[in-house]
Design a protein around this ligand. Sequence first.
Ligand SMILES: NC(=O)c1ccc[n+]([C@@H]2O[C@H](COP(=O)([O-])OP(=O)(O)OC[C@H]3O[C@@H](n4cnc5c(N)ncnc54)[C@H](O)[C@@H]3O)[C@@H](O)[C@H]2O)c1
Ligand SMILES: O=P(O)(O)OC[C@@H](O)[C@@H](O)[C@H](O)[C@H](O)CO
Length: 461
Amino acid sequence: MSTAPRLNRSLPGMPPAPPVRMIHMGIGNFHRAHQAWYTAHAEDSADWGYAGFTGNSPKISDALAPQDGLYTLVTQGSDGDHPEVIGVISEVHPASDHAALLAKFADPQVVVVTITVTEQGYLRGPDGGLDLSQQVVQDDIAAAKADPRAVVRSAPARIAAGLAARRKAGAGAITILSCDNLPANGEVAQRVVSDFAAAVDPALAEWIAGNVDFATSMVDRITPATTEGLQARVEELCGWTDASPVPTEPFHEWVVQGSFPAGRPKWETAGAKLVDDVEPYEQRKLWLLNGSHTLMAYAGPIRGHETVEQAIKDPKVRAWVDTFWAEASRYLTLPADENADYRQALVERFENPNIRHNLAQIAHDGSTKLVVRTIPTILNERAAGNLPRGCATTVAAWVLHLRGLGAPVADKLAGPALEAANSGGLEVAVPKVLDTLSPGLGQDAELVALVLEQAAAIQAD
Ligand SMILES: NC(=O)c1ccc[n+]([C@@H]2O[C@H](COP(=O)([O-])OP(=O)(O)OC[C@H]3O[C@@H](n4cnc5c(N)ncnc54)[C@H](O)[C@@H]3O)[C@@H](O)[C@H]2O)c1
Ligand SMILES: O=P(O)(O)OC[C@@H](O)[C@@H](O)[C@H](O)[C@H](O)CO
């Protein structure tokens, strides 16, 4: 049993809690390595504290509340582990503390809400709007109609309930800033929150349209899940126990587009880029980094790999990744030489031997991820008359994954794809799975043949 003290603000040298002027919804590892890090490193960090809320499970709030919101961020580079205490989370709450969430939204001092609720947390339907067919959405609409302060569970409903409380309090304009790996994540957040509000109270939807800035951002920092080994390492390096330290890589990037009518931390002083159009950066990151992660997450485990590092160092996987990158790069709008440098830097980041990024973690929720990471390049390539072998490798590996090979399936929305993938032999399954990703794609005989070829290649040797 350790005799080391638990990390908390009364230990010598710990930072004071800044005043709460921001909310984070979906506090997990990524928020703590990224938005909280940028805030802690901004020149006005002493003025900007976070009230952090988990997205669903109370695991992180249970770990951080006894630590006064403090945690150890361990940057794992080729030169070893660098621990740092991050102090900008001034208070932390479980998602179930709905009253606290409403109180923070109603506070005029609070002017920014960052969110990381995962790609599936937005509950989008096939038309991009809020999926009204989902039970949780229907339950939340009924609850919010009966009482605007009623406890609701989905992210769009919780944000809309917070905004209703803000409108009632006359607390003024606010920015909702999405930090999830989704293209046009600000527009996506705006659409699902506005759809929810319109279903509950059209006047609220109108208030949102006039008072809420939905900002968009490209976020990047490879941040795996915490391990017990990291907890032991922190105790060894720092002399305190931390129930929830965060491992991360040295690289970080944040490109933000928003008007922030009520202010924000000076994130640019910590290296964030504030731009008028985030889309070119988003596309490059989602297609090159996340797209190749997705390829490796399904193909890697079938070839016996557990981590990104192992997969990228397998020459066969590396060749598939290079092929995929060449295909996707044809449709990027940033300068070609910058994209080439970006790919080279990605190889170095993926090969980092000190970061253990499990492929099974990245394999979660493929039905949502392939649609934004792989399908756009397939459609672009087919329209140009090309056969995209790299993209076909991702699809083939995903079909094999859905048929039980490699990492276990963890994807609440994969029902139709799972059924399609297991409906017969691969020749039957592949067109059906392609149709779940993009209706009609399964009719493309040349593409189907290529996916089958790559399925054989993944399973060879
Ligand atoms: N980890 C990374 O390297 C990384 C990098 C860039 C972007 N991101 C984005 O951040 C998200 C979270 O990643 P993480 O590493 O912090 O994961 P995590 O598992 O550490 O935390 C996930 C958080 O999301 C919440 N959540 C999960 N499902 C939800 C749902 N359906 N509705 C509302 N909240 C939900 C959880 O309660 C938790 O608070 C990713 O899905 C991705 O979009 C992560
Ligand atoms: O976080 P997800 O689940 O959207 O995707 C898994 C990884 O591709 C992702 O977390 C990357 O590590 C991250 O996007 C790097 O910035």
